[in-house]
Design a protein around this ligand. Structure first.
Ligand code: FA5
Length: 350
């Protein structure tokens, strides 16, 4: 009896020691099989129970069961603990070489249109202009009426318009997607007194057939300067400086008459073709000149409409399309590349 008790206690101590040393589920299973399996010593002892004298049987049986439970619990506890520790094998598999060079993160970059808009605005900011933005959904009043384009004026045909509600085009307060950034001229002058010097980048919308140089959604940058004694020479000087900053210091500029109802006189400005230096090529369609913007002296009617005295104040305004500017500057043949989301195109503008 005493010998059996000793044997059981040794068995438990040995088993728990091995359980403690097990480092993964496989080793733990080996311990379980060798101590609790069918051929294990403990099982043999339990099997021999009927041969033990009847008075000792309950004590031996109880002791053997206690040992069995202690080993089982020990294995369970170790199994739970091992669950949260990765095995050697897993650690080996997951091994990493910390001395390898890292993978370069793939960084995004600014869209070429964003870059050119910032570059354009930056040139004017250096000349003392502020940058403002305004609504893309606009009242007919700001987009046309206040810009000296009354209802039924044929000049409205210059801009194919997306009306918010086609029926509303005939009501007293129609809304539309702005066809140009010029409505911001009115909004700004309504809110400030001269001197005014602002540029306004923003999206515009026209109901146009899309082709290599026209999209139905595109950007414009508007410019406006109003003060006492502003002359056409200021317009020319400012835009000439701008053209040289953007396209190179040797650029020549050319101003020709153009018509916009909200300026008088109105002009378009071209630069001499930097590809052929004015001799004629595919880019300038053999004219030697590239048209880059529309401009003019703010019409007295527009000034009067916002409460500026046209006898005292004069000003100039201009509007240009950054996509067309970028196309000229970088020799891009089709405006649709900008929104094609093709990385081969976009990656060329770091
Ligand atoms: C205007 O929109 C006038 N508001 C510009 C202006 C402002 C004149 C102030 C006088 C004083 P225009 O329709 O020409 O003008 O458009 C100006 C520029 O916007 C064009 O030169 C072109 O670069 C760009 N643009 C016009 N329509 C599109 C289009 N469908 N897709 C891409 N760019 C366009």
């Amino acid at each position: 009896m005493e010998a059996l008790r000793k044997e059981l206690e040794t068995l438990q101590a040995e088993a728990l020691e091995l359980v403690k040393k097990s480092v993964d589920a496989a080793q733990l299973e080996k311990v379980r099989v060798s101590f609790l399996g069918r051929k294990a010593r403990l099982t043999a002892i339990l099997r021999q129970l009927p041969t033990v004298p009847p008075e000792e049987r309950p004590v031996v049986g109880q002791l053997a069961n206690t040992v069995k439970r202690a080993i089982e619990e020990g294995i369970e506890a170790r199994r739970a603990a091992l669950g949260s520790i990765p095995s050697d094998e897993i650690l080996r598999k997951d091994q990493i070489d910390v001395t390898l060079p890292g993978r370069r993160p793939s960084l995004g970059r600014l869209h070429p249109l964003t870059q050119i808009i910032r570059e354009i605005c930056g040139v004017f900011v250096e000349m003392g202009f502020a940058v403002m933005e305004g609504p893309e959904v606009e009242w007919d009043y700001y987009n046309f009426e206040a810009l000296n384009i009354p209802e039924d004026h044929p000049a409205r045909d210059m801009w194919d318009t997306f009306w918010i509600d086609p029926a509303s085009a005939r009501t007293s307060t129609p809304m539309l997607l702005r066809t140009h950034t010029s409505p911001m001229q009115i909004r700004i002058m309504e809110q400030t007194r001269p001197p005014v010097r602002v540029v306004v980048p923003g999206k515009c919308y026209r109901y146009e057939a899309v082709d290599a140089s026209h999209e139905s959604q595109f950007d414009q940058v508007e410019g406006l300067a109003v003060d006492e004694q502003i002359t056409f020479a200021d317009l020319k000087g400012t835009l000439h400086t701008f053209a040289r900053r953007l396209f190179g210091k040797d650029r020549k500029t050319r101003f020709r008459c153009d018509y916009f109802p909200f300026v008088e006189p109105g002009v378009d400005m071209s630069i001499d073709c930097f590809l052929c230096k004015g001799t004629g090529c595919r880019l300038c369609k053999d004219t030697g000149w590239l048209e880059i913007l529309g401009a003019g002296m703010v019409h007295p009617n527009v000034l009067a409409r916002v409460g500026y005295d046209p006898a005292r104040y004069t000003g100039f305004a201009f509007g240009l399309g950054p996509a067309r500017v970028a196309m000229l500057k970088y020799g891009i043949e089709d405006i649709r590349f900008f929104h094609g989301n093709d990385l081969r195109f976009l990656r060329q503008f770091p």
